[in-house]
Design a protein around this ligand. Structure first.
Ligand code: ASP
Length: 344
């Protein structure tokens, strides 16, 4: 029977709300648990975070495990194996943030293997957020963290000696020039150090959304290689190297810390997500904010942002080509994704 015009109208009226309900439903399917980390070396950090998430554990515990795994790497860009400052000392920066806006940071911390755990201890046992230098070290030791010998890893020592030949102070993060040699990224999947002894980048950031739907993040680094003594970048600064808002999403950064600090980078990314942008769009807008005041200067450095929202959608964007990130979810296999960039 051919439907009457009236019943046809009734049916189509029914069909309309169904479509929008379906759309809503599709949007409300949360991709969780999921963990994302900066760079292809994020495969190491995600592999350490995943067992926590898989068992239904807290995002906070997952991101701490991610940081510990990277800080354990002897010849890596973070932790005590990293490059020293220009006076020959390795100084570490790290921060962590949970779903309740609890956060802890340490900066200019020497001879402690796991700055991330010191940051977490600070967050959980004191009313403070940020400790630096000798005070941070004292706090760590008082809380049972071992004071490691003040010595460089063999590779870092070699790099430092090489750097000392010219001792040229060049506080600019290297752009991924490995790319031009047909190699990708940094970390264990590409030579950890460049010919001049420096790393491409020196920061690992991890963001996780757990089964409960809660977000946490971490950022850990030995900072810019051969930096001025006492120099601290974006990585331990809440709102610059890391920001988590459990209502909206989370973001982390890697690259030239000074540029990220100037725009309160990761806070900006989260605020862009709050205004309705996807994680990738939000990262792109924040990168544009960095580039806009001085596009010529922006040609000389790299910054990459990585973000996740409450739905578990992820995205990244960078100033230069070469920034990538690792996503791990169901199945536990880390997938490396290349970010789009402002300059191609
Ligand atoms: N963001 C870090 C810093 O400025 C370095 C890096 O990511 O390579 O210290």
């Amino acid at each position: 029977m051919t439907p009457s015009r009236r019943s046809f109208l009734r049916l189509s009226a029914l069909a309309l709300p169904l479509t929008s309900v379906q759309k809503l439903f599709a949007k409300s399917v949360v991709r969780k648990p999921i963990v994302i980390s900066t760079w292809d070396s994020g495969q190491i950090s995600n592999a350490a975070a995943w067992p926590v998430l898989e068992k239904g554990g807290r995002a906070l515990d997952a991101v701490e495990q991610a940081a510990i795994a990277m800080e354990n790497e002897v010849n890596c860009c973070v932790g005590l194996g990293g490059n020293p400052d220009r006076d020959g000392f390795v100084t570490l920066d790290a921060c962590i943030m949970d779903e309740k806006a609890n956060c802890g940071s340490v900066a200019f911390l020497e001879r402690i293997k796991h700055p991330i755990s010191v940051a977490r201890k600070l967050m959980e046992t004191t009313p403070h957020v940020f400790l630096a230098g000798v005070g941070a070290q004292q706090f760590a030791v008082a809380n049972g963290f071992k004071l490691e010998p003040a010595k460089l890893s063999p590779d870092a020592e070699k790099s430092y000696k090489e750097w000392l030949k010219k001792a040229e102070y060049k506080p600019v993060i290297n752009i991924e020039h490995q790319q031009s040699k047909g190699q990708k990224g940094h970390g264990p999947f590409a030579p950890a150090r460049l010919e001049d002894g420096s790393f491409n980048h020196d920061t690992m950031g991890t963001l996780a959304l757990d089964n409960n739907g809660d977000l946490s993040g971490m950022c850990t680094t030995s900072g810019m290689g051969f930096k001025m003594r006492g120099r601290v970048g974006d990585s331990p600064i809440i709102g610059a190297g890391l920001f988590v808002d459990n209502e909206i999403g989370a973001a982390t950064s890697s690259g030239q810390g000074e540029e990220v600090i100037r725009v309160c980078g990761t806070h900006l990314v989260v605020e862009f997500m709050r205004s309705g942008l996807s994680p990738e769009e939000a990262c792109k807008k924040a990168i544009e904010r960095i580039v806009k005041p001085n596009p010529e200067r922006a040609k000389t450095f790299q910054v990459g942002f990585l973000a996740i929202n409450k739905q578990g959608e992820v995205g990244a964007y960078s100033v230069q080509k070469g920034f990538n990130y690792t996503v791990t979810e169901k199945g536990g296999k880390g997938v490396v994704i290349n970010a789009k960039s402002y300059f191609s």
